[in-house]
Design a binder for this molecule. Structure first.
Ligand SMILES: NC(=O)C1=CN([C@@H]2O[C@H](COP(=O)(O)OP(=O)(O)OC[C@H]3O[C@@H](n4cnc5c(N)ncnc54)[C@H](OP(=O)(O)O)[C@@H]3O)[C@@H](O)[C@H]2O)[C@@H](O)CC1
Ligand SMILES: [K+]
Length: 514
């Protein structure tokens, strides 16, 4: 699913109005109707107080549409106008007049703290104060109102975006953002929903289609892409009957040192589980018996050193190389890593200690073969690209890094983001249970195994991150977050593949719509 910026959404809005020959008021009616339907399907007439806080722009206008429809359906609605300025948008005013036609309870004008209403925990708060038109940090009594609503235990539903959050700009004040329990966002999710500094304000969200111009949506380059099951299904390359193990490549996993052979076991196993035809593990001598006994399917080549890597040589042409997991930073290992990078025609996955070696030897960055895949967690990324002031600067710096060295960078996190040039791919699978040792080693094995099977660098990255996260979700479903270990993620890679083509069960309301 595409993620558009606020500017692109305003453009889509304009084009839709022109091409569909509708008024902006009609578009707002569509948007408000979608929110109303969502609420009505869930509340089913419950007389719980619904308190709608409307700003004075079009987000507030949406709130007024929802308020009118709820009143028309007999709900107990209290509408507030958060008078942050005396200006009013045109469609706000139109809908302000319309709501007066359906109720004698006119919207209550809020001008300061003394107007804050008492809110009970069982009430519902609808946040229509600011939408994507927020242009400065909320301050004064409006900020206090947001804080007051945050303190309330009532369920908070945000329209389009929690008030105080920018759609695609850094946050200035975390105290001035509504913490929504649920957000109903129009047409596309917003980038801030997925970044570490802002995602906590959007714990759950649904995207509501409001019929913006299809051609615009299809042809416009988005600022990011969300990767979920629908996209992942399209990445999958089916196998042919007469394929053989050679078709799926020979993966080389270069990993391990004394005390860290687990990293080699995990990455080698996951390369196999994801479908590599053959996997050879290149390890220090101390790892020989470990790999041979834990993964009999794997071939093993050992370094001349017992405890660490010093000279990585092999007598076959690997279809992909994954390197770095648990290798340490011994001087001879650094030299060996430098030498293996001379294999310019082999796709690489570079992880863990190999990333740290690069950060400490920045001159080596230009030796990276084109389209190498780097898989840093935030700490490793910081060492590679330097400090950042906020998530947006982090993304900009990573894009520049990716462009400069022509590499794919996978920023690991709750929403793992793959950066390829100026493009962002945001993953939707994974869970806190995967914050466990070895999880990253498993991911490196997965991506290297996919490269071996002929997936290109970008597909292997984005598809690998999706499958790894999905396997983690399945593992967490069986074991609970706390108990998940990296091995469980690998054990469920098969389920993650199978799940790609399992049809979701329709909810009762979706079935009714069919
Ligand atoms: N295509 C779509 O996506 C569709 C979008 N739709 C809806 O429109 C929404 C966008 O509406 P919008 O452009 O009117 O902006 P919105 O967010 O209501 O706020 C702007 C107002 O707030 C003010 N203001 C800003 N910051 C402030 C601050 N810190 N403190 C105080 N005031 C502040 C600003 O005032 P000013 O800067 O002019 O003083 C201005 O008056 C969008 O989120 C969605 O809900 C749908 O209806 C239909 C299709
Ligand atoms: K809002």
């Amino acid at each position: 699913m595409k993620i558009f910026s606020a500017e692109q959404l305003y453009e889509a809005d304009k084009i839709t109005i022109e091409k569909q020959q509708i008024t902006s008021e009609a578009l707002m009616e569509r948007a408000g109707t979608q929110i109303f339907n969502w609420l009505h399907q869930r509340l089913n007439g419950t007389p719980v107080p619904i308190r709608i806080f409307c700003g004075i722009g079009n987000n507030g206008g949406d709130g007024l549409v929802v308020g009118r429809m709820l009143i028309e359906h007999g709900y107990n609605v209290i509408v507030y106008v958060v008078n942050c300025s005396d200006k009013r948008s045109k469609n706000f005013l139109i809908n302000y007049d319309k709501i007066k036609n359906v109720t004698k309870k006119w919207p209550l004008l809020m001008k300061g703290e003394s107007d804050f209403p008492e809110i009970n925990p069982e009430d519902i708060i609808v946040d229509a104060i600011f939408g994507i038109g927020l242009n400065r940090c909320p301050g004064g009594w409006v900020k206090k109102l947001i804080q007051y609503l945050n303190e309330s235990k009532a369920f908070k539903l945000a329209i389009d975006i929690p008030s105080g959050l920018y759609s695609n700009l850094p946050l200035e004040d975390t105290e001035a953002v509504l913490k929504a329990n649920h957000t109903l966002t129009f047409q596309t999710p917003k980038l801030s929903f997925f970044l570490p500094e802002t995602a906590s304000f959007v714990s759950n969200f649904d995207v509501l289609e409001i019929g913006l111009d299809i051609e615009f949506l299809q042809t416009t380059e988005p600022i990011g892409q969300l990767i979920s099951k629908l996209e992942a299904q399209r990445f999958y390359k089916p196998r042919e009957k007469f394929d053989h193990k050679g078709t799926y490549g020979h993966t080389l996993i270069v990993s391990g040192s004394y005390g860290k052979m687990g990293a080699a076991v995990l990455s080698t196993t996951s390369a196999y589980r994801i479908g590599a035809g053959m996997v050879t593990a290149f390890v220090p001598k101390c790892g020989y018996a470990i790999i041979q006994t834990t993964i009999p399917e794997a071939m093993v080549i050992t370094d001349k050193e017992d405890d660490y890597l010093s000279n990585i040589s092999f007598d076959f042409e690997p279809s992909a190389i994954g390197i770095g997991m648990g290798i340490g930073k011994n001087d001879t290992t650094v030299a060996a890593f430098k030498k293996i990078l001379q294999n310019k025609d082999i796709p690489f996955v570079i992880d863990a200690d190999a990333l740290n070696i690069l950060s400490e030897n920045k001159a080596m960055l230009k030796l990276l073969p084109k389209n190498s895949i780097l898989t840093p967690h935030p700490g490793e990324l910081k060492r590679l690209i330097g400090e950042w002031k906020n998530d947006y600067e982090k993304l900009e710096k990573t894009k520049k890094f990716s462009e400069k060295y022509e590499v794919v960078v996978i920023i690991k996190g709750a929403y793992t983001i793959t950066v390829y040039g100026d493009k962002l791919y945001i993953n939707t699978t994974g869970n806190p249970g995967m914050g466990t040792a070895g999880s990253g080693d498993a991911l490196s094995g997965v991506i290297t195994g996919l490269l071996s099977q002929g997936y290109d660098a970008l597909l292997a990255s984005v598809f690998g991150v999706y499958l790894h996260g999905r396997a983690g979700d399945i593992a967490a479903g069986q074991l609970g977050y706390e108990a998940v270990m990296a091995g469980d993620v690998i054990d469920n890679l098969s389920e993650a593949y199978l799940d790609l083509f399992v049809r979701e069960e329709l909810s009762s309301e979706e079935s009714a719509e069919k």
